[in-house]
Design a binder for this molecule. Structure first.
Ligand code: FES
Length: 105
């Protein structure tokens, strides 16, 4: 499954991701700049914050309430903000574009 990470300055990093991994794990594995993931995917740090491309927001879905609460701690949260450790990669997300924020805090 292909996921495209975009940096805030527009630099793109397309990566191939195994289904079942989270978008955060894919970012760490591929050393994508801009994702810290301090808590290792426990939805407890908000440093894996990404912006989902507007065209993908419906497919990726909305954050659950725990994630929503955690997102309050993220920097510059927008309508399409998600915590990437809470997005699981499936075939349905092939071609997904997410943008990393300028900074995590
Ligand atoms: Fe900590 Fe996602 S890695 S909230």
């Amino acid at each position: 499954t292909k996921i495209i990470f975009k940096e805030h300055d527009g630099k793109e990093h397309p990566v191939d991701v195994e289904n079942g991994m989270t978008v955060m794990e894919a970012a760490i594995k591929n050393m994508i700049p801009g994702i810290d993931a301090d808590c290792g995917g426990a939805c407890a740090c908000a440093t894996c914050h990404v912006y989902v491309d507007p065209a993908w927001v419906d497919k990726v879905g909305k954050p659950e309430s725990m994630e929503e609460d955690m997102l309050d701690f993220a920097f510059d949260v927008r309508e399409n903000s998600r915590l990437s450790c809470q997005i699981k990669v499936t075939d349905a997300l092939d071609g997904l574009i997410v943008t990393t924020p300028e900074k995590q805090f």
